[in-house]
Design a protein around this ligand. Sequence first.
Ligand code: BES
Ligand code: ZN
Length: 662
Amino acid sequence: MLPQLFTPNLGRLIGAGLLACSLVTLSACSKNGDTASSESTADIPQSATEYTPENLEKDVPLADKAKPESGVDYHSFANTNDYIVKHLDLDLTADFDNKVLKGEAILDIKRLTQKTPPLILDTRDLDVTAVRAGVGNSLQEVKFSLGKKDPHLGTPLKINLPAGANKVAIQYQTSPDASGVQWLEPQQTAGKKHPFLFTQAQAIHARSFIPLQDSPQVRVTYKATIRTPKELLAVMSANNDPETEKDGVYEFDMPQPIPSYLIAIGIGNLEFKPMGERTGVYAEPELLAASAKEFEDTESMLEVTEENYGPYRWDRYDLLILPPSFPFGGMENPRLSFITPTVIAGDKSLVALIAHELAHSWSGNLVTNASWRDLWLNEGFTTYLTNRIMQFVYGDERYKMEMALGYDDLQADLDDREDKDEIMAIDMRGRDPDEVFSNIPYEKGSLFLYELEQKVGRENFDNFLMEYFNHFAFQSITTEDFVKYLDDTLLKQYPDKLDRARIQQWIFEPGIPEGAPHPQSDAFSKIDPLRKQWLNGEITASDIDTNGWTFHQWKYFLDGMPEKLSADQLQELDSSFHLTQGKNNEVAFSWLMIAVRNDYAPANARLEDFLISIGRNKFVRPLYRAMMENGKEDEAKRIFEKAKPGYHPLTVKVNSKIIYGD
Ligand code: BES
Ligand code: ZN
């Protein structure tokens, strides 16, 4: 349940001319707040939805309303109706001994009201030592206070501003346990000699390393100076210079405005290798050549995406290969996607991840979800684009397999979830975005777009997407903005092919609408009868001709096995296909899930090694869950405690819940 102090960010409502409420007055969002001046609205993306003051009933906390308000960010304390941060100047020193980032964040703020209410920023576990504020360069020390800590949202920082102030300088340091920063010991890196640091801000962790308005509705440009031990290199979601000398002081500039969840820092013994004219890879030297080879098609991916969906607007596109504790497969930090090394399979079988992070340069980084309820606008569009990029670069068969696997992932999640969580525009009020994460925004979103494509024709749909990215470039939009845009475009153009009720159903109702497309692949259909014959004992595993099977086919073969297999069957599969020793992490994961469900002891050592060496939640979470559900609680606890010192804070958080409950 939400605490009383909870203050959703009402910026967009104010943009539509509504009343504001501030942290101090918010036992309820009352009508006594300040009114936004009309000249200020240009800075705030306008919502397509008509809002009236009656939408906010007096004394009803927003979190208790039957439905979430479109355009409200329930995950930020920031009073974006009073101020908008436009630019950030960061100067941070990475102190690896104490595991803290220490320095100053200077925010350029634009005032949206006539008065000077306190500025409220998002923070989490920051130690704020001093705040100065004022106009231009004449800043004076001002009073500040930290509010009550909310378990999901962190702590609001309230700053008293002098009249007319347009700059705020905050001196602070992060906590060694900052939720968005991982400090790695040399042992956890490929080279084992140097420490490593990386940040992961999405969804609401930027506030754990920078005090700011941590809402996807606010875009900032930024400049940064990052100070590191001399032998290490710092990179950021900004203009990395491939030629940079390692000297321990690194300057960055991000001239395009980006939301806070895309601010990112990586520090380590990094080197650069170009892959193409605009693309390259940063990695530890031990991984550099293999990474550049594995991801050598990145430049082609970039070119086909531009051809079909409009110009790439971010200058360079580089990859940063992280240590395996990175809790995700990838993160679309602009100009520099952060990538898990667990996808370097040696055969490019897992490079859809790169297509995915690259696609976010359009869907997400250019056109951004206005709140975490609208995440499907980022991830659903990106998943759709990923499949298309894979088709452009690798052809139809690969495309169909990727699509079919995505569909199966969606089915699995639908089987697992409550109805309310199957809705694309999901109600996130009072919830931790890290806990709500699922395939629904990704795969249901993508399937919805695929249906639209099928109905209006591919070329028309591609044109629509190109226009959409252009129309909303550098804006943050709500689900309702998108629906309105559909109304004005495709629905008008193709009234006989599309219907509004069905669009509502896709977005606001659970499950997959009847008659939705069901992507399938011939390469998979051939596998079904073989699996069946083997399960029936009609053929042996060695009778199955697996020659030339791609990872997709292995995954399909294994994921389609029944819950329970006999000891003999497990042994036969393993001795025929050497699954326990398998090198492809996705296939290894599918096999380990089978092993856990069926108590297959010969895989125990690999399972332990896998869980200790990899922190990617897509793998780790289902494995711990399966262990807990299959009578292996003690083993799960033992391995988790052993692995924990090496896990990212997010991996610790979500898996502690599974293992120890709330
Ligand atoms: N932006 C996401 C990661 C993310 C989402 C972090 C929500 C925090 C909150 C990233 O682009 C992503 O989707 N990664 C996937 C890639 C996969 C679907 C190809 C991953 O990490 O598995
Ligand atoms: Zn994504």
